[in-house]
Write a protein that binds this ligand. Sequence first.
Ligand code: SF4
Ligand code: SF4
Length: 414
Amino acid sequence: MKNMKSTSDLLPGRRRFMRNILFGAFSASLASARHLSGDEKQSYRLKKGQMFYRRLGRTNLLISEISLGGSPLPTMPIIYQAIERGVNYIDSSHAYSNGNSERKIGKVLKEFGRDNVYVATKFHLRGNWSEESIISSVNGSLRRLDTDYMDVCLIHGVADEKHLTDERVVGAFEKLKKQGKYRFRGLSCHTNHHKVVKEAVDCGYYDMIQLAFNVFDIQEGEDAEEVYDDYLGQSGIRRLLTLAKSKDVGINAMKILKVAGKRQNLEKHRTGGTTIYQAMLKWVLENKNIASAVIEMLTWEQLEEDLGVIGKSLSEMERKNLFRYVAENSEDYCHMCGECQANCPSRIKTTSILRYLTYYESYEKIGMAKKAYSRLKQAQTAVACQDCGECERVCPYGVSIRKRIREAHTVLSC
Ligand code: SF4
Ligand code: SF4
């Protein structure tokens, strides 16, 4: 592609020279982005170099509109190129790539300087978790990152809003804060948004939220803003974003490029030169309540595709085609609300299966999807389905669950 550097441009030998060039441009860009006037801080985005930056709520961090998702991270040359093009925020977790995502970020911090890249990473509340297990997880992340502190420390995938103010969580956060191990607190949320996000904002303890936010989650309509008539019912994801904004809690969007069905089938949904992924990304970025879109850019092509939308708005034709695509494919798109799994009389792990199918189809993480599926017992898969249809009766979004879990079994069990 026209502006794309070949991998050899960043290989050892030329690496130090290139690093100096990249760092010079990047550092100048970021340094000036950090010293904004009061007026500039009020505007929702600021252009520096090729990138736009937005304020991540009360953290006051100015982060690139597109951030690098770390599950997994791409090769180092692609990471360097992303940073050269203005990306200054990398999102990770102790769990991504068995810790290798954080180890890679550690190398990036050494290469570009600790103050020039913002790092967010996460800990889980799994199994027999405790205040000590949280502290231990964060310390493990810092060791792999090879740094003294993380910019944002997040709870990974909060599904139960009560965890947000649990004394073990708060106790761990307070101790870690006193030790200077993180600057800002946050959480990521894939499901149960209406309760988790509301509680995270209302309790006043969290500075930012990373939220699954995808064009399939919203029903576009004339009064969508007024009546919150979206797929999250009364809660309304847009209402949640407005609520977060009103309390100055920063919001990053994730799962933006989750699609319905196979990635390869999407070519026909192009609008001129704009792919369906670019249209989805433009649609998210036009929301002023979102600070940054966290996305994985695993190949040079994905990097070009994603960064190619910076500064470009969604045209009316692209919007029309995007919503036609959403309407035609919504029965294959799972919103991860968990209703079907909670109501299946055969205790089939429908929501989990559909998530693994997304890994396989949307993100092409085939090995990861098959491995996750192989951990299920046969009695939890489509094999045990009694065809009662209860899951589809309770699904608020009309997903063809029986068809999809059978498709999942076909591709994931081989
Ligand atoms: S149709 Fe199958 S998956 Fe759905 S509720 Fe019945 S047994 Fe469970
Ligand atoms: S299939 Fe429907 S009910 Fe089941 S998790 Fe997805 S959206 Fe919810």
